[in-house]
Design a protein around this ligand. Structure first.
Ligand code: SAM
Length: 287
């Protein structure tokens, strides 16, 4: 992690004139930020919004590019907020001090966090991913639910997975609902996207074990040797499950045995079970 040295220029308070005060919802900058609720505007500007001071500090520490920092008047003299504001200015970003009404409108919440930021989107290139031993990737076929995707990114982070690969037409990892559900892990886990053809081509170029999960899977997920090669855990779409073109390429089709009346597990829950099993030999209780 890169922290600024005490006393460096980025530790100083932003100067008068570097912070814009805004109280009106009709201010064009606020309108542009509110427009990020729509995917087409996030795509057009390649940006997204994230909330919470800790999360923004983590993002800056991990070299994510902040375009705009927004904080409520109540957070004005908080030393950590001042420092983040100074870092934003130092990186050429805009700092806005806004009324609670404006902050609620931006975040679409009655009790919003006191700080939020607009960041540049970042996708990892699939061609740059070369799984090595002890690495695990999660590939998601057409994930549709933003809460599922956010929970999976957070779980991948917690399990020590190296990245999440979105295959096909997926929900936006940079929507507010998804980033909220990641609880900051959106800044820690590389996310990449591709189509079925691109995914299969990439898989064929890797020496990795592709474990698909399927309700018709013949292999108990607990019996697979996840330690011999890097593993790619492939999960099916919430409604349709894995399509044949993907299922056929899998080295194993794993089933998580169930009892009771439920037909299947929720996608994020099934992904969590698979990831922690695939990485069981690598995870230890800290002493
Ligand atoms: N109706 C879908 C089907 O027939 O596959 C159910 C999909 S399930 C909600 C979403 C994904 O979670 C599945 O495609 C699979 O990847 C995974 N999954 C859920 N329960 C599972 C289980 N018991 N064993 C293996 N994978 C499971």
């Amino acid at each position: 992690m890169t922290h600024n040295n005490p006393g460096s220029h980025t530790d100083r308070k932003p100067r008068v004139g570097q912070v814009k005060e805004i109280t009106s919802l009709s201010n064009p900058i606020i309108k542009d930020i509110r427009a990020l609720a729509l995917k087409k505007n996030r795509d057009r500007t390649s940006s997204f919004m994230a909330e919470g001071l800790k999360l923004i500090i983590d993002a800056l520490d991990q070299d994510w590019h902040i375009r705009t920092l927004i904080y409520s008047k109540a957070a004005k003299s908080n030393a950590a907020v001042e420092q983040v504001a100074a870092r934003t200015v130092a990186h050429g970003g805009l700092v806005l001090e806004v009324s609670d009404k404006v902050l609620s409108a931006i975040t679409r919440r009655d009790n919003p966090q006191m700080v939020c930021g607009v960041f540049e989107q970042r996708y990892a290139g699939l061609e740059d991913l070369h799984p090595t031993r002890d690495e695990t990737y999660v590939a998601l076929d057409r994930v549709r639910d933003p809460g599922n995707l956010g929970t999976i990114i957070r779980t991948a982070d917690a399990a020590g997975a190296s990245g999440v690969i979105l295959v096909g037409d997926s929900t936006d990892p940079f929507s507010l609902e998804t980033t909220r559900a990641t609880m900051g892990s959106i800044f820690a886990v590389p996310v990449t996207r591709t189509d079925i053809g691109g995914f299969l081509k990439w898989c064929n170029g890797q020496d990795a074990l592709l474990v698909g999960t399927h309700l018709a899977g013949a292999v108990d997920y607990r019996t697979i040797d996840y330690g011999a090669r890097p593993t790619i855990v492939l999960m099916g779409n919430e409604q349709a499950g894995l399509p044949t073109a993907l299922a056929e390429r899998c080295d194993r089709l794993a089933l998580i045995p169930q009892s009771g009346r439920a037909d299947s597990l929720n996608l994020a829950v099934a992904t969590g079970i698979m990831l922690f099993e695939a990485r069981r030999h690598l995870l230890e209780v800290p002493r």
